[in-house]
Design a protein around this ligand. Sequence first.
Ligand SMILES: [Zn+2]
Length: 352
Amino acid sequence: MVLRPVYGHEPLLNRLEGTLASGRFPQATLLVGPAGVGKQRLAVWVAQGLLCDRGPGGPCGECDSCRRVLALNHPDLHWFIPVVRPKAGDQDKQIDEVEALLAEAIAGRRSDPLYGPPEPMASHPLASIRLLQRRVNLRPFAGARKVVILGNAERLVVQEASQEAANALLKVLEEPPEDTCLILTAREARSLLPTIRSRLIPVRVGGVGDEAVRRFLQAELDPPPRGAALEQRVLLAQGSIGRALASGGEGDAAEKAADRLLAAVRGGPARWAAEALAQAPWAARGDFTAGLDALAVRLRDGAATEAREHPERLRRRVAALQAVERIRIEAQGNANPQLALAVLARELEELA
Ligand SMILES: [Zn+2]
């Protein structure tokens, strides 16, 4: 899967494109604006423009670099997402742990480009900033430069030792290597320490228009909402695509998890393996069973239509339902959710 296109923000994109074309994009930028308006998605767009093989300007979207950025596997794009705090005592081990957690988080965004906000307790611990320092000092792997995105930068302070993390980040911002662009995103500039803020060029990101939200919902959701349901979601979104995604009703996270698993199964073994791995080991067991319940509902919903139209497939669907039930019971015990999901995905594969 690749990231979904940027919806809306046309005037801002034009402005950013102009700055990119000048070849003088600032080395440290802060994209600031309300939740869910697409700040990190815009940061990735800028990264694409900075790394594009066709040289300075907006991203061409077609070259190898552009594609790899969109698929989140460009070696010179370093995207830092809030993670749960590492448990290791030793500092180097903490950095290794954070590196593994980030790789998982990126795999999660790769398999679900319509990702939601980070876990409430996730943050940028000191080990993340130490890792960022390390990566900033690497030479670019593919091209002439590298781009570091620090999403939800306000999460830098929700933890102990935040001063140390802030100081480490400040050191990077004071003297970034010439081949490095850093892009931070935050809801409010004042949620960052003044010393950090003063090093950043702020770029305001506003909401998108209703038309962009509507286009997004129609193009990116499967099945797309229609009629009154569509209009209600556009209205509730108030220019935030993140809010439009979250407004899908109660138990939306579980529904999304079920959809994601089914989509992953349809995507073949590599994708469902990634999905199974992305099932964070710390995810609440309750979330996991809620996801299974939503999946069971999906399978049951489809059964009635299938009984009429494809009676030969009904047997498989019933078998898949039984598998969901079985794993649901196992999940009450000590079953490893990643393993359970991988086993389940294999059983569902036949159905895809
Ligand atoms: Zn390109």
